[in-house]
Design a protein around this ligand. Structure first.
Ligand code: NAD
Length: 247
């Protein structure tokens, strides 16, 4: 896939850490100009440095909370002003919460849904308004969309809904020439995995061989975003080292 993203512009949300940062570097190494979206400006700028180091011809920091539609609109406008166009959006920003159902409040649901689901919707809307034919959207869901553990109901629901949003996006994107697909990572070696209290407490048991590297997911995201996947629309691809295939 050498140079697969030459002359293309990609926005990666949650691009300052983990799977997002690995995706930034992967797309940069293939020649993409990069817009890094994350909550904190300094961490965005550090990721921009990594993108340039990996080979991006240009890169910009787009500090933005993806759960605010107005901030997303401004971030996409800044990216196009600075980089000239938009070809790829990777909706990767996400967070989990840990509470049993009887302790959950409306606000818990609204925060997780706003970041993990609406964040992707806001970027998808802007992508539809600004992308040309040949554009690609890749959403980052989770195997929690399919199987889950206690205490993460809003996250599991949001990630399942993100798979559904991907189907709708693929359907409505088809006449526009904009593809959409979704990856469902299993356990991946990032800060999010090791800060998970279910994992820390041993309630969610993960074998070492079932823990992937961020770049394992980034490789699949990059392929889905590339023209090599030009006939792949609305696919949901598990990237979990086989964790869900066990009895
Ligand atoms: P991470 O915590 O390393 O990175 C997530 C990034 O998203 C952070 O930099 C964070 O600042 C950013 N972010 C969070 N809320 C945001 C917001 N409102 N606006 C902008 N940026 C925001 O986590 P990761 O493991 O790399 O997770 C990336 C994605 O992969 C998430 O959507 C996560 O649900 C998914 N995922 C991760 C795993 C895993 O085991 N690590 C498994 C399945 C799915």
């Amino acid at each position: 896939m050498s140079g697969a993203f030459a002359k293309k512009v990609a926005i990666v949300t949650g691009g300052a850490s983990g799977i997002g940062l690995a995706t930034v570097k992967r797309l940069a190494a293939e020649g993409a100009a990069i817009g890094v979206v994350d909550l904190d400006g300094d961490r965005c700028r550090a990721a921009v440095g990594e993108a340039r180091g990996a080979g991006a011809p240009d890169a910009v920091a787009l500090p933005c909370d993806v759960s605010h539609g107005d901030q997303v609109t401004a971030a996409v406008r800044s990216a196009i002003d600075a980089l000239g166009r938009l070809d790829v959006v990777v909706n990767n920003a996400g967070l989990m919460s840990f509470r049993p159902i009887e302790e959950l409040e409306t606000e818990d649901w609204m925060r997780i849904l706003a970041v993990d689901l609406l964040g992707a919707f806001y970027f998808t809307k802007q992508a539809f308004l600004t992308m040309r034919r040949g554009g690609a959207i890749v959403n980052v869901s989770s195997i929690h969309a399919v199987e889950t553990t206690p205490g993460v109901a809003p996250y599991a629901a949001a990630k399942a809904a993100l798979v559904s949003l991907t189907r709708s996006t693929a359907l409505e994107g088809k006449p526009r020439g904009i593809r959409a697909n979704v990856v469902l990572p299993g356990a991946v070696d990032t800060p999010m995995l090791w800060s998970n209290p279910n994992v820390k407490a041993g309630l969610e048991k993960i074998e070492r061989s079932d823990v992937g590297r961020p770049q394992d997911v980034a490789d699949v995201i990059a392929w889905l975003a590339s023209d090599q996947a030009a006939f792949v629309w609305g696919a949901a691809i598990r990237v979990d080292g086989g964790r869900l295939t066990k009895l």
